[in-house]
Design a protein around this ligand. Sequence first.
Ligand code: ADP
Length: 234
Amino acid sequence: MSISVESLTKIYGSQKAVDGISFTASPGVLGFLGPNGAGKSTTMKILTGFIPQTSGKASVCGFDVETQALDVKRNIGYLPENNPLYQDMYVKESLAFIANIHKIGQPEKRINDIIEQTGLTPERHKKIGQLSKGYRQRVGLAQAILHDPQVLILDEPTSGLDPNQLIGIRQLIRDLGKTKTIILSTHIMQEVEAVCGQVVIISKGKIVANDSLKALRAKNQNRSLENIFIDLTN
Ligand code: ADP
C-alpha cells in the first residue's frame, strides 16, 4: 500500500475540515472528488507534510507523515493548486534548482529525461513567465516528479487548461499512473472517467464513496458520474 489514511481529522479553530476519513491507495490513479470546501486540499496538505493533522494517522510508502516527514518528502511529489512558479527562471534552471534541493545525482541527465517525458522539449529554453498555462503545468509536474517519487499528489492539475492542453496533461498523468500511486483532485467528471481507476468522494469532511470507478457506477445503476456525485454530496 503506497498511501494509508486512518481516521484522519483536521480542525482549524472551530472548523472541522476533515472528519475521521480512512482510505488506502496503491499504484494507479485515484480520483479524489468533492464539492469546494469538502476537505480535499486539507487532506492533500497533510499527506505531503505541509500541515499537521489534528488526530488520526497517515502514511506514505510506509512512512508516517508526522514522525517520518523527511522519508515521506523523498517519496512524494506534490503539485499544489495554483502552483506558484518563479516566473523569471528558465525551464531548465527551475528544474536544476529543484534537483539541487533533492540532491539528485547526474542532474543534467535526469533533467533532460524529465523535460522529454513531460513534453517540455520545444519550450525548454524559455522563461516560465513566457509559457502558456498548459506548459506551466507541465513544469509543475516535471518539478514534482524530478526525484522519481513513488507517490504523486496532484491538486486540480488541469483547471484552466484548454481542451488540447487537457488531453496532453491527462495522457501524462495516465502514463505516470502505470507505475506510481497518484491522488488526483478534480471537478471534471470526464477527466475521472478518462484517467482514474479508483474514486474517493468526500463531502463535508467525510468519505461518502470509495470504490473502483466501475463498481461505483454499477452500484448506482450505471448513471453518469456527475449524477452520482450530485446525489452523494447534496
Ligand atoms: P477543498 O479542497 O475540498 O475545497 P479545503 O480542504 O480547502 O477543501 O477546505 C475544507 C474546509 O476547511 C473549508 O471549509 C475551508 O474553508 C476550511 N479551511 C481550509 N483551510 C483553512 C485554514 N487555513 N484556516 C481555516 N479554515 C480553513
